[in-house]
Design a protein around this ligand. Structure first.
Ligand code: SDX
Length: 424
């Protein structure tokens, strides 16, 4: 039976269909609201508004559930490779061995980046934020790969996807090397994706390099945990930019800029800066807790709270456990890990945080692992973008395949009534 909802307005009653999701989430289909009633909806931040029907990722914020194409995040993080999960997100099914080998080889074929990109990279001033450089280089890749723009066939779309996955890991590593003033490394096609990323980021020309399994295992898990998260700010940006028929690379470049913000992906950098501030201040977390609760104080507990999760972010649980394992395996004692754990305990027992259902999110512990891997704080959000790339691609591809209309929200006007420039 067609489920529907009734809306009464000005002595008329209107029917609007209900849309039921796989896990029984319900939404009101208001495609005909304005044509039938003359009304629009108003929902700043889209807290109650769905932008699309999607088959890719399922979140249950109340119960802390996250699944990519039906697979639980814990299962994938512990049993898959990042490239396998990338294939799953983009194409919808886990790849067979043959399909995975082809996907990996097609990516390897595209792992050279035009040498002129290094000139653009070198033109940035020292201290340029890596996210700004990454967004610029991603956009610059369009000029060197013009066939990636009009992807009006499956083959062209597939080619643009493998090009982007291949080249994005190279330019991300180059952004890291530039930030540290180190010579650039090139892709080594004899290595699997994660080991190749590690050597591009960490290999130095004056010494032998061998990848550390603790590092590559942690990177694999972190990239999987960041790979998609349904209609978050940066993914919605990628979808709406793509809906204007801007190309894949341009849409991803826009997503990188959205992710940069400290309320979104930039929070992983802001968390470490906050923890270091607390450490410099003597480690008294309760003073910072009070500031976080003070509406008149701009300080927020970075890495805490989430628009959807009103329970533990399942990714935060896995990352917290991985942080303990990585620091132990690398023999590192990092005092800010204890500060983070103390903050978490205080918040979980504080009425302000409990009443507002504020729990640690994906960004709260991830920076502690990146620090242990000797990745600079300003590179943390680039690592987030590296993980999120397949999710952005999957969501962009779904929007294209569904031929979704250009995104163009309405508004309620509150400005001046008609007036003219004639002098009174
Ligand atoms: C990511 O959407 C996604 O899925 C994003 C992401 C992904 O994978 O793509 O999960 C990645 O972006 C995680 C979030 C990273 N950001 C941070 O850690 C920044 C700190 N968190 C907050 O800024 C905030 O919690 C947001 C931005 C994450 C969510 O903001 P909302 O949903 O708009 O919630 P809100 O600001 O309306 O907060 C509700 C209440 C408010 O208090 P009251 O007005 O009700 O009294 O909770 C308070 C807020 O002041 N609050 C906080 C807080 N977060 C919310 N108070 C102190 N510290 C915080 N961190």
């Amino acid at each position: 039976m067609d489920e529907k909802i009734k809306l009464s307005y000005e002595d008329k009653v209107y029917d609007f269909p209900l849309v039921r999701g796989t896990e029984n989430e319900l939404g009101i289909d208001i495609k005909t609201l304005r044509s039938k009633t003359g009304l629009i909806t108003l929902d700043p931040g889209y807290k109650n508004t769905g932008s699309c029907v999607s088959n890719i990722t399922y979140l249950d914020g109340e119960n802390g559930v996250l699944r990519y194409r039906g697979y639980d995040i814990d299962d994938l993080a512990n049993n898959s490779s990042f490239i396998e999960v990338s294939y799953l997100l983009v194409f919808g099914e886990m790849p067979s061995e043959d399909k995975l080998t082809k996907f990996e080889n097609d990516i390897r074929k595209e792992s050279l980046v035009h040498e002129d990109i290094t000139s653009i990279l070198k033109s940035f001033p020292h201290g340029a934020h890596p996210m700004g450089v990454l967004a610029s280089l991603t956009s610059a890749l369009i000029s060197f790969n013009p066939g990636s723009v009009d992807v009006n066939s499956d083959d062209k779309m597939y080619h643009a996807i493998v090009q982007l996955i291949a080249k994005f890991s190279v330019i991300s590593a180059w952004v890291h090397r530039k930030a540290k003033g180190l010579p650039l490394n090139y892709s080594d096609n004899s290595l699997p994706y994660i080991e190749n990323l590690a050597q591009m980021m960490f290999k130095n020309p004056n010494e032998e390099y061998s990848s550390n399994s603790v590092v590559t295992s942690a990177l694999n898990k972190l990239l999987i945990l960041h790979a998609d998260h349904e209609q978050n700010c940066s993914t919605s940006t990628v979808r709406i930019v793509g809906s204007s028929e801007a190309g894949l690379f341009a849409s991803i470049s826009a997503g990188i800029s959205a992710l940069w913000g400290r309320l979104h992906g930039g929070a992983n950098q802001a968390v470490i800066e906050m923890l270091e501030l607390i450490k410099r201040d003597g480690g008294d977390t309760s003073r910072f807790m009070e500031k976080a609760k003070d509406k008149n104080h701009p300080f927020r507990l970075m890495g805490f709270g989430h628009r959807v999760y009103k329970n533990f972010d399942p990714r935060a649980k896995i990352i917290k456990k991985t942080a303990d394992e990585v620091l132990k395996d690398l023999g590192i004692v990092d005092p800010i890990l204890n500060i983070a754990k103390n903050l978490e305990q205080e918040a979980l027992n504080d009425k302000y945080f409990v009443d507002r259902k504020l729990y640690p999110n994906v960004d709260f512990y991830s920076g502690i692992i990146y620090r242990a891997l000797e990745i600079p704080t300003e590179m943390f959000t680039v690592m987030f973008a590296l993980g999120r790339l397949p999710g952005w691609i999957a969501q962009w591809r779904e929007m294209k395949l569904n031929s979704e209309p250009i995104g163009r929200p309405r508004q309620i006007y509150s400005g001046s009534k008609y007036r003219n420039t004639e002098r009174a």
